[in-house]
Design a protein around this ligand. Structure first.
Ligand SMILES: C[S@@+](CC[C@H](N)C(=O)[O-])C[C@H]1O[C@@H](n2cnc3c(N)ncnc32)[C@H](O)[C@@H]1O
Length: 328
């Protein structure tokens, strides 16, 4: 095979551009320009920052194709810059919220790589979830990023062994502010649902269920998923949860699901497991939390330890890799 063109290491390792974009998003520069503050002095005054420093940051971004400098010190939005007007896009960039936690967490990567354990606490003083608990504004921005404002409305379509007709009750374990459960209930009117997540996150779910018109079919439970879960539902959903956790904790969460699902329920895992031959990837969850996406063989073993038998798994037309487990 011919060797690939060598990558440009200088461009790949230049941290200026990502930091400039984070700073510009944090200062709401695109909004200030959209509001008519196009001269660097009025722009800096509106954003509460130093005009010369801001000019240098914008000058760098103009060179990268974000913003236009229509005359010296006079700025305009272009297509890329208009993307910064989207509050959803800003959630992941704003250094004052979860965007800052994710950005600075990359600075802990050296210790993660040396030890294989997350080093988030060394920078922020507390492990990730405890840090969010101690900083309600950051936690709210995390919930918003994970919810429809950031990640969009989730797709509720996935197939089950034997069909959805057998399912009347769903517990969404670690379901965030309820976006996925709301969509399942909206598209399947015969189903009732229970949202389980941390108390402060569950407290932010009301609007989602009301907007979907399903509030009367939902129960919300603010608790840890390491404690006993509501029992007897037909389906326990873990979407984008197990990939946040190392093996010991992931097994504990699966164990709680297995105990609650016994004898006739099932546990469905989305967005955390893939085929065994999938390339290894580095995701932000790994750096923040030491979690990981797992291949089938690895997951099957965790499930077995948790008292679950993996009976079906595969990529579905929705794009989800769906894993179904049943209590042993
Ligand atoms: C990556 S989010 C996934 C949210 C949702 N399932 C989705 O697909 O968008 C992980 C969720 O786990 C919740 N979580 C973290 N630790 C928890 C715990 N100990 N007990 C219950 N929920 C927890 C977080 O609040 C968050 O909503």
């Amino acid at each position: 095979m011919p060797e690939q063109e060598p990558a440009d290491l200088g461009a790949l390792s230049d941290l200026r551009t990502p930091w400039c974009i984070h700073v510009i998003a944090t200062l709401r520069i695109a909004d200030h320009i959209a509001a008519g503050n196009v001269e660097i002095d009025s722009l800096a005054a509106a954003a509460g920052c130093d005009a010369d420093a801001l000019h240098r940051v914008l000058g760098h971004l103009v060179g990268k194709g974000v913003f236009q400098e229509t005359a010296p010190g006079r700025f305009a939005l272009n297509g890329a810059a208009r993307g910064l007007l989207d509050p959803g896009a800003r959630l992941g960039l704003d250094l004052a919220g979860i965007g800052g936690r994710m950005a600075y967490a990359w600075g802990t990567l050296p210790n993660y790589v040396r030890t294989g354990a997350p080093a988030y606490r060394e920078h922020f003083g507390l492990p990730f979830w405890e840090d969010l608990d101690a900083h309600p504004d950051v936690a709210a921005s995390f919930d918003a990023l994970i919810g429809p404002a950031g990640h969009g409305t989730p797709n509720p379509e996935f197939q089950l062994t034997g069909g959805w007709e057998q399912v009347r009750t769903v517990v969404d374990v670690g379901g965030g502010t309820g976006a996925m459960l709301a969509e399942i209930l909206r598209t399947k009117p015969e189903i009732r649902g229970t949202l389980v997540d941390l108390p402060k996150t569950v407290a932010r779910s009301g609007e989602t269920f009301h907007a979907a018109g399903v509030a009367e079919r939902v129960t919300t439970v603010g608790q840890s998923f390491f404690d006993a879960l509501p029992v007897g539902a037909d389906l326990y959903l873990l979407r984008g949860v197990l990939n946040d956790w190392p093996d010991r904790e992931a097994t504990a969460i699966l164990s709680r699901c297995a105990e609650a699902a016994r004898p006739t329920g099932r546990v469905v895992v989305l967005k955390s497991v893939g085929p065994d031959d999938a390339p290894k990837v580095l995701e932000i969850e790994t750096v923040l939390l030491g979690g990981k996406r797992r291949g089938m063989a690895e997951f099957r073993e965790l499930a077995r330890r948790a008292g679950l038998e993996l009976r079906a798994a595969g990529r579905q037309p929705s794009g989800y890799f769906v894993v179904e487990c049943f209590p042993m």
